[in-house]
Design a protein around this ligand. Structure first.
Ligand SMILES: Nc1ncnc2c1ncn2[C@@H]1O[C@H](COP(=O)(O)OP(=O)(O)OP(=O)(O)O)[C@@H](O)[C@H]1O
Ligand SMILES: [Mg+2]
Length: 320
């Protein structure tokens, strides 16, 4: 997995999150290292930063005895907190480490009962053991725990940050990827670096020259603008059936979309076209026509024929 292979080992390698990285570096050097809570959306560096903190404050030899990691695949019930976590937390650090560290990934999956037990453990063994709790939603962490932690809110990564990391990986993997391909990776993954890297890896299994088309294909994602262009080709003052048809064929062939996929995409896109371009009655007719296409496709009709008819009817209606 490229996401693992290219996971930053140090805080300096973490892309973006500057303010957080700065605070973490500072805290790492202090003896009064606090409990910490990392929150934020998926794939933006929370677990990565926790691992980097471990690398920063523990030597390789110290890690085995002084660091414990628990994640969602482990049981999160109260018994784990009462036994595993407590047993680890109360034993003195060894090998010259100043304290022990427990990383509780996906902490928002813990029951409230388990969180209350955890809170007591955090208090009791505070001198010996620190915690880094990681979650997507800090609101799911009970407030007595929140108030004992330094809180780090990770933000979605910016376009240029995701793109610079993807470029770095592409170079290492001797992949060619153009500007549009990079943008497509960013757009279709919405700032989630894990998803963007996974999509790059999937694209690389198809070709060594990655373009936006390849990306959309592996992501099963269609740029909303492409669909709205097709609709506009049919409803504008100068309708262009051939242009619309060509784009539909392209979506189905190049992106490997099935007729039913396309129905779904059109269905959601139709509701986003402004009223001035697509007045109510026409929009309703179009939705009804689309449901006919859906029905016929389900009974085995030819998708291209069905979409030709859909586009033609849309043009006829908008001109009438
Ligand atoms: N800020 C970043 N800089 C560089 N690589 C990143 C960054 N964020 C994520 N990645 C890449 O994405 C992968 C997943 O990131 P990470 O495990 O840190 O996500 P997370 O924020 O913990 O998400 P989740 O909430 O899903 O656990 C990493 O292995 C790394 O390759
Ligand atoms: Mg994580």
């Amino acid at each position: 997995m490229w996401t693992e292979f290219f996971r930053p080992k140090t805080l300096d390698e973490v892309v973006g999150q500057q303010e957080i990285v700065g605070r973490l570096k500072q805290l790492g050097t202090q003896a009064d290292f606090p409990h910490m809570l990392f929150s934020g959306p998926p794939g933006i560096g929370k677990t990565t930063s926790a691992e980097a903190v471990i690398n920063e404050i523990f030597t390789l030899a110290q890690r085995a005895a002084n660091v414990k990691r628990l994640n969602a695949s482990d049981d999160r019930g109260i018994n784990v907190v009462r036994e595993d976590i407590k047993n680890f937390a109360r034993v003195l650090p060894s090998g010259g480490a100043k304290f022990k560290l427990i990383i509780l990934d996906e902490a928002d999956q813990m029951t409230s009962e388990a969180q209350h037990a955890l809170r007591r453990t955090m208090e009791t063994y505070n001198e010996i053991t620190r915690f880094i709790l990681i979650c997507n939603y800090s609101s799911k962490i009970i407030s007595p725990i929140q108030s004992r932690c330094a809180i780090f809110r990770f933000k979605g990564l910016q376009k240029k940050e995701v793109i610079s990391r993807l470029q770095f990986i592409a170079t290492k993997k001797k992949l060619k990827i153009d500007e549009k391909g990079l943008e497509a990776l960013y757009e279709s993954s919405e700032g989630d670096m894990r998803q963007a890297i996974n999509a790059l890896q999937a694209a690389s299994s198809l070709t060594t020259e990655v373009t936006d088309k390849v990306v959309y294909q592996v992501q099963g994602y269609v740029k909303p603008t492409e669909l709205s262009e097709i609709i506009h080709n049919c409803i504008g003052p100068k309708p262009n059936f051939n242009a619309a048809r060509k784009k539909v064929v392209n979506l189905m062939e190049a992106y490997g979309l099935s007729g039913q996929d396309l129905v779904k995409h059109f269905n959601s896109q139709l509701s986003t076209i402004p009223e001035k371009d697509l007045p109510g009655s026409l929009r309703y007719e179009a939705l009804v026509m689309l449901s006919d296409v859906d029905y016929r496709l389900a009974s085995g009709c030819n998708p291209l024929v069905q979409f030709d008819a859909f586009l033609a009817k849309l043009i006829a209606l908008s001109q009438s």
